[in-house]
Design a protein around this ligand. Structure first.
Ligand code: SAH
Ligand code: SF4
Ligand code: F3S
Length: 443
């Protein structure tokens, strides 16, 4: 069979969720192009629509269900349209049961992106839907093709899955057990990116601090940073996310020592209450979290520390919440992603009885955000007048006459300048600070 002609058609990928999914969608795109599909930015124009889904919160799933209804309707106009449904939601029994009635042709999971060509071929041949999802990964599939976004900054997986089983979280169920890629495979991928002209890599894992567990060749995350720092052509190294429990002095020292490693550390706190942290199965206390963030600021005074926080976890009372507020005031996060707790079927926390009413969760979120935004604005304002090294990423989304760039601490800086600066590191002076971005001028 001539794959290229049999599969000729246009594909459109809908990506939801975290950077892992963004990266997986690049691989899905690479696989589809490899068998003759061409990307279309226009959903109505597609012969194949791929959903790459997220189940981390109820709201994420709802967006997908809404869109799936909409895309199913396109089949009326375009009966040959194929719908493929993959990603984290596809791993869950309750989701698969719910989408059964929808017009989905292919259901695939997070562990078998590489099987897409076979699945498409099978559906086309038999004209009947197919579900192929595996509970667990069979090792790591290397050397898959990929179609990356842009040519400046790239995501690089260093590990997959998660073993932490935080009691609220669905990720260990959708992504399977933690497994690390071999340092050699990671380095080869980054060298190749450098040759293509990429300037920045973001190393991805649910808990990068535990990188290397179970590898034959001993290598931990601090050592990996030292190795990646030596790759010529790459000018900036980022990583996400860190778990406070495994934030060792060795790792903090490595971040400080390697110039290319940007001083931005995303270390999810989740709660400031020891009682709630325990119920969340996080494996650390507020005192430990304070100690680790103090240590980071001691060794790397300019470091930006960002975090994730959940409000309204089952059993969270007013004084637990005030402890979270207290931690936010003490640590003074540069930025925080804040969430209302969302029940995930199958997790331990879903079975807890003392669920918090929506109204209370909402009020707590509003008051947390109010505090956090004022802190972020104050920190940003303290940068006015300073000179910052930025990597120019492209045209500003809100003002196409301007350029958008990022500081080492992951702040967005908008400024005016020639387009040929895109992809380069330059210095800008900060002229104005907002809560979520900065404005500057070239120096
Ligand atoms: N592995 C990362 C987190 C990935 S999920 C880490 O531990 O740092 C991203 C964030 O979503 C989590 O940090 C948490 O704050 C939030 N989250 C996860 N499950 C959630 C749930 N059930 N309800 C609300 N927020 C949740
Ligand atoms: Fe979820 Fe916890 Fe794993 Fe992060 S560390 S993915 S919050 S189980
Ligand atoms: Fe969502 Fe899966 Fe990422 S649940 S947050 S896409 S790992």
């Amino acid at each position: 069979m001539d794959l290229k002609t049999d599969f000729a058609g246009r594909y459109h990928i809908l990506t939801y969720g975290c950077q892992m999914n963004v990266r997986d969608s690049e691989v899905i795109a690479g696989i589809l192009e490899g068998i003759g599909y061409a990307m279309t930015p226009d959903l109505d124009d597609a012969d194949l629509v791929v959903f790459n889904t997220c189940s981390v919160r109820h709201s994420a799933e709802n967006k997908v269900y809404g869109k799936l209804g909409e895309v199913s309707l396109l089949k009326k106009k375009h009966p040959d349209l194929l719908i493929a449904f993959g990603g984290c939601m596809a791993q869950l029994d309750n989701v698969r049961a719910r989408i059964k009635k929808q017009k989905v042709d292919i259901v695939f999971g997070t562990h078998n992106l590489h099987e897409l060509p076979n699945l498409i071929e099978q559906v086309k041949r038999t004209a009947s839907p197919i579900v192929q999802v595996y509970d667990r990964a069979v090792g790591i599939v290397e050397h898959l093709p990929s179609q990356r976004h842009g040519n400046i900054s790239a995501f690089v997986n260093i590990m997959y899955g998660c073993n932490n089983f935080c009691s609220y979280c669905i990720v260990p169920y959708t992504r399977g057990r933690e497994r690390s890629r071999m340092p050699g495979d990671i380095v080869a991928e980054i060298r190749d990116l450098a040759e293509q002209g990429f300037k920045e890599v973001t190393l991805l894992g649910q808990n990068v601090n535990s990188y290397g567990r179970g590898l034959k060749e001993a290598c931990d995350f601090a050592e990996l940073l030292h190795i990646v720092n030596q790759i010529e052509g790459i000018e900036r190294i980022r990583f996400t996310t860190s778990h406070p429990r495994d934030m060792t002095d060795k790792l903090i020292d490595a971040i400080a020592a390697e110039y290319k490693v940007c001083e931005h550390i995303h270390v999810a706190m989740q709660s400031g209450s020891n009682r709630i942290l325990k119920r969340m199965n996080r494996g650390y206390t507020r005192e430990h979290y304070l100690d680790r963030t103090r240590r980071i600021r001691e060794v790397i005074p300019t470091a930006a520390i960002t975090t994730d926080i959940i409000v309204g976890f089952p059993g969270e009372n007013d004084s637990d919440f005030l402890e979270t507020i207290d931690m936010v005031s003490k640590v003074r996060f540069d930025a925080a992603f804040t969430f209302m707790y969302s029940v995930r079927t199958g997790t331990k926390a879903a079975a807890l009885e003392d669920q918090i009413p929506l109204e209370v969760r909402r009020e707590r979120l509003i008051s947390l955000n109010k505090l956090q935004y004022s802190i972020a604005r104050e920190i940003n304002q303290s940068l006015e007048g300073t000179i910052q090294e930025v990597l120019v990423e492209g045209l500003s989304k809100t003002d196409k006459e301007k350029l958008t760039s990022r500081t080492r601490t992951n702040r967005i800086v908008i400024f005016s300048g020639p387009k040929d600066l895109i992809g380069r590191l330059i210095n800008v002076r900060i002229t104005e600070a907002k809560t979520f971005s900065l404005f500057g001028e070239m120096v």
